[in-house]
Design a binder for this molecule. Structure first.
Ligand SMILES: [Fe+2]
Length: 227
């Protein structure tokens, strides 16, 4: 599987002959270095600068509170590319906060099982079940929310060429900001009761229960007041 920036680049130039026929070689990106695809890199906090990840399923992650429920996370700067990429893992019995952003995100399930809710504004959520190897691509500005309903942590790899990033005046993606203060992320406190009952039902099939109390409680610490 490959994720490329070809669709937005085609939209910009509208000339396939130019894109596929140009002889220019980007030597600053790759110049035949013999160790280019070696499984090595430099890690700076959550960011791993590398050209090659040999085993994305078992790559050690950094503990991070990302979009609600805690779990592991790592971001990549891959081959000096401008494409966003990261791996995220969430614990058994938990789910991420709902959010929305521009098109082009490709979410590949590396381990675990669960489902995602997706919907455009004003419509009812549709449930999409996933397992290892599933690919989820939330359409432009559709809300989406991922749930781990299996007996093991769920891990996914996300690749996104952001043709358009919707950011606030400080440069923070609106997808990370609470809807209470004008962002595009729905806090746990504001989600529909259906979200919680559907999740509890899905876990009950494995004889399990949601483990979300800590995440709900942690959110209250810096939850903006309702407008
Ligand atoms: Fe997303």
């Amino acid at each position: 599987m490959a994720v490329t920036n070809l669709p937005p680049i085609l939209n910009i130039y509208e000339d396939p002959d130019f894109l596929f026929g140009t002889a220019y070689d980007f030597k600053g990106r790759f110049n035949g270095e013999p160790d280019y695809f070696a499984n090595k890199g430099e890690q700076k906090g959550l960011l791993l600068e590398t050209n090659f990840v040999a085993d994305a399923v078992n790559l050690p992650l950094v503990e991070a509170k990302e979009r609600g429920a805690g779990g592991g996370h790592i971001r990549f700067q891959l081959a000096k590319s401008s494409m966003n990429s990261h791996i995220s893992q969430f614990p058994v019995g938990t789910y991420k906060k709902c959010h929305r952003h521009g098109p082009g995100a490709h979410v590949i399930i590396l381990s675990g099982e669960g489902y995602s809710l997706m919907y455009p504004e004003g419509e009812e959520p549709t449930r999409y079940d996933w397992k290892v190897g599933s690919l989820i691509t939330p359409p432009n500005m559709w809300y989406h929310q991922h749930f781990d309903t299996g007996t093991a942590p769920a891990r996914y790899l996300a690749l996104k060429h952001e043709g358009v990033a919707i950011r606030n005046a400080q440069g923070v993606p609106k997808a990370w900001i609470s809807q209470r203060i004008g962002g595009d992320q729905i806090d746990y406190a504001d989600e529909s009761p259906l979200v919680r009952s559907m999740f509890a039902e899905a876990l009950a099939k494995h004889g399990m229960q949601p483990r979300m109390d800590k995440a709900y409680e942690a959110e209250l610490a810096d939850l903006p007041p309702k407008p």
